[in-house]
Design a protein around this ligand. Sequence first.
Ligand code: HDD
Length: 702
Amino acid sequence: MTDDPLYRPTADSQTGTATTEHAAARGEGGEWHQHPGSDKERMTTAQGAPVRDNQNTLRAGARGPALLEDVHFREKMFHFDHERIPERVVHARGYGAHGYLEVTEAIPELTSASLFQKAGTRVPAFVRFSTVAGNKGSADLARDVRGFAVKLYTDEGNWDIVGNNIPVFFIQDAMKFPDLIHAAKSAPDRGFPQAQTAHDNFWDFISLMPEAMHMVMWTMSDRAIPRSFRFMEGFGVHTFRFVNAEGESHYVKFHWKPKLGLQSVTWDEAMKIMGADPDFHRRDLWTAIQSGDFPEWELGVQVFDDDFADSFDFDVLDATKLIPEEEVPVRIIGRLVLDRMVDNFFAEIEQVAFCTQNIVPGIDFTNDPLLQGRNFSYLDTQLKRLGGPNFTHLPINAPKCPFHHFQQDGHMAMHAPKGRANYEPNSWSQGGPRTDPDTGFRSYPERVEGEKRRLRPESFADHYSQARQFYRSQTGIEQKHIADALIFELSKVETPAIRERLVSHLPHIDEGLAKAVAEGLGLAQLPDTAEAARAPVDLKASDRLSILKNGPDAFKGRKLGLLVTDGADAALVRALQEAVDKAGGMVEVVAPHIFGVTLSDDEELPAQQKVEGGPSVLYDAVAIVVSKDGAEALAQMPAARSFVADAHVHAKFIAYSPDAETLLDRAGVGEPDAGMVRLDKAKDASGFVKICGALRFWDRVA
Ligand code: HDD
C-alpha cells in the first residue's frame, strides 16, 4: 500500500478476481471502528463477516442470473432501501454545527438554572438553522423564516430554545399551525410551488388571518433573505419564565445577536444565488468554521415582571407581538460560539430532535397558547420522524450529564439497564434512582382559574399596530424592499380577489405602502380597507427593528470576489488579498479558467471559481483586476459582463484596475459613482476594503 490519498481501482478490483491486501486491524470485540479517511480496516457486512467482493453480485455463471442466496448483496440493498427517514414536516432543510454557550454574566437572582450561576460556565451547544417551507432538497435563499434552534447540554439536562430569526409568529394559537403550514407548502393537488409563499393558497390563508400581518411585514422584509446564518439574529419568540432558587418568577424573552452584525441579500440576488449555489448558506457556515472563523452570537434576555406585563400595550402571551428593545433593553448574559462542524450530516443534523418541552430547573413555560401547543407537537413529531421513543439514546440527543430513569425497551433501545428494579417506589437496596424534592424540577406554581372554553382573549385583538411600527421603523430602502416583495409575491397569485383582499389590510399598516403595492399590482384603485377588530395606534418607531440601522461597519467575515485574468497587476492583487485578510474577510479568485491565471510578475494565482460558476451574487464586494487583453476577452463573455452588471445593480462596492474600464463599459456600467473605486496603485486597496465595511452603496439604487 502507498500513502496515495486517492484510491485507484485496479483491474483486479473491477473483475473481482482478487482482493486488495489490507495490512491492518481486525475489528476487536464488536466495536465499530471509525478511522476517518482510513483504508486500513477490512470491509465487513453489518454482521461483521468479511467481504471479498463489493463489485459483483453472486451469479450462476458469468452471464447467468443473480442468486437469492447472495446475502451480501441483499443486506447492502436492504439497508440502502431504508436509508431515508421522513423529512421534518416543516424546517426540513437545515444545517447545523457544534459549539458552546459561555455565560458572561451570572444571574442567580433571576434563575436557578445551573448554567447561569457563575460567569465563565461553559455548556456544549448544538445549533440547527433551517428554512421552514421547502423540502430537504430545496434552496437556501428562499424567501422564508429561518429556524434558529439551540440545544444546550447543561449539567441539569438538555435545554432547547427552538427559535426563529424573526421575533414574532404568524398565528396566536397552535390550533392554526397545520392550516398555516398546509397553506404555505406546495398545493396538494399539483405539488408545487416549492419553498415559496408566492402562490394563491398562502395568500388566501394569510389574507383571512389579520393576526399574521405583523409577521408578514417581517417575512416580506430582507430578514427573510439573510446573507448567511452568521449574520442573522435569533429569537426564542415566546415569553418564558425564569424562576430563581426562592421560587420567584420573572418573564423572559431570549435573543441571539450576531457578533458580525446583521446583513441580508437583495431579492434579485437571492433568486440568482438559488441557481448559482443552492447551498449558499450551508457552504458559508461550513467554510467559516473550517477556516477557524467561528461564528458567534451574544445571548441576550429581556426580563420583566408582572407590573410591566400588565402595563404593556399588548399581551405578553401573544406570539404575534414583540417587546421593543427600547422599552425593555436586552441584557447580554452569554456568548454562543460555533466551532465544530458535524462529523456526519445524517447522524447529527438530520437526527437532532429539538423539543420546546426540553427545559431545565430554573426555566419555565408561560400560558402562551402557541407555546403550549408546541410542547405537544415536537415530542410527537420526533416519534414519527425517528421511528420510536428511544431517539434520546442517539448521541446528538442524549444529555451529556448523568441521567437515570425507569423508561425502558421500545424500538432500537440502545441502553441496557442492569438490575432487577424497573419501577418506583421500590424497596431494593440497588433499586435505581430516587427523586429529589429539593433539586428536582418544580413547575412555577402559577395560580390559574377560568371557564373551560375555546376563545381568543380580547388582549390579543390588535393585529396591525406592531405591523405599522415595524414598517415605520425601517429605512426608505428597506420599506421599498417590503413593497417590492409584496408586489412580487402577489403578482404570482392567480386569483385577483386574493390579491385585493391582502391589499385591503395594508392601509392599517401604512397608506403609502398600500398605495405602492396597489400600483405595483396595477389595481385601478385601493380596495375597501379590511375591517379591524381593533383600530391600530401609532407606536414609537424602534431602530432595532431595521437591518440597515444595525449593520456592521467592517468587512470582517465577508467575501470579496476577485475577477482576474492573465497579466493582472500582481502588486494590486496581493494588496487586495492582504487588505481583505487584515480586515478578517476572505477572497475568492474568479478567473476565465479554473486553473487560475499568471500574474504580471509571472507568478501563478490559482482560481476557486471559473467565471461562469462564480457570479458576483456570491460575494459581498467585487474587485476586477485585469490586463488590457484580459479585459477585452472578458468583455466578450456574457458571464463576465453579468458579473460586473449584477454587482453594479446590487449596489455593491466595486474596485477596478484601470485596464478594466473596457469591461465596465461593455457591461453597461455608466459613470463611476462613489461606490466604484479605481485602483491606480496597490496602496489604494486598503482604502477600498475599508469602504466595503458599509457593505452596499445604497445611493446607487435609492
Ligand atoms: Fe416549530 C420544527 C421553530 C411554531 C411544530 N419549529 C421547528 C424548528 C424550528 C421551529 C426552528 C426546526 C427544529 C430543527 O431544526 O429540528 N416553530 C418554531 C417557532 C415557532 C414554531 C419559532 C413559533 C414561535 N412549530 C410551531 C407550532 C407548531 C410547531 C405552533 C405546532 C403546534 N415545528 C413543529 C414540528 C417541527 C417543528 C412539527 C417539525 C420538525 C420538528 O418539529 O422537529 O413539531
